[in-house]
Design a binder for this molecule. Structure first.
Ligand code: ITT
Length: 201
């Protein structure tokens, strides 16, 4: 059967394709099918992931996989969390962050710097995957990775907040690591591992 990736974020779609490739699954994206992008009105990652997965499952009449993810900063009481994409309006970049991106990242960094020089810089990325079937059935899987925020941004790989996120145990940011290294440990990979255990094992 066909699988739709219910995402319009190119960086995410690229990573989800790479994570599905070992299973011989070649999904189509919601963008390729011209499926509408539902408004993310939920207040939790799970709600938004389900909204997106259900919309695509109904729109394409096949199984759909959505990813709702974000950055949760300890010193900001978990912000930006579900509002991560809203905080970074100029989210995507090719070949390294440009001026718009710096301004978006500056929002997280600005709030942290308001708290003083010795502020805890720990944060985690979270990824909630929702699988939805046209008959209304759905399943949720959550993954996380803990790290620290760095400033200034470093690296040109990956997408979104990768240049400011340094996972625990590494000297490089996600944007400096080889994509395969990110896929071995990321929040998305962690959620995928749970999905694979539930669906393929
Ligand atoms: P879709 O809803 O169409 O999938 P979106 O970009 O709106 O795309 P979200 O609402 O889930 O997706 O927002 C996720 C935010 O978290 C967005 O700003 C991403 O850049 C960021 N993010 C998620 N995973 C990331 C990762 O692996 N590396 C860097 N940033 C990430």
């Amino acid at each position: 059967g066909k699988l739709v990736i219910a995402s319009h974020n190119q960086g995410k779609v690229r990573e989800i394709r790479a994570l599905l490739a070992p299973f011989g699954i070649e999904p189509v994206s919601a963008g390729e099918l011209d499926l509408p992008e539902p408004e993310e009105t939920g207040t939790t990652f799970a709600e938004n992931a389900l909204l997106k997965a259900r919309a695509s499952a109904e729109g394409a009449n096949c199984v759909a996989l959505a990813d709702d993810s974000g950055l949760c900063v300890a010193a900001l009481d978990g912000a930006p969390g579900v509002y991560t994409a809203d905080w970074a309006e100029a989210d995507s970049y090719e070949g390294g962050p440009g001026r718009d991106w710096y301004m978006a990242m500056g929002k997280v960094e600005g709030k942290l710097s308001e708290l003083g020089p010795n502020t805890d810089r720990s944060a985690y990325f979270t990824c909630t995957l929702a699988l939805a079937w046209p008959d209304g059935h759905s399943e949720l899987f959550e993954g996380r990775i803990q790290g620290n925020l760095v400033w200034p941004p470093r690296g040109t790989l990956g997408f979104g907040y990768d240049p400011v996120f340094q996972p625990i145990g590494f000297e490089q940011t996600f944007a400096e690591l080889d994509p395969q290294q990110k896929h071995d440990m990321s929040h998305r990979a962690d959620a995928f591992e749970k999905l694979v255990k539930a669906c393929f094992d």
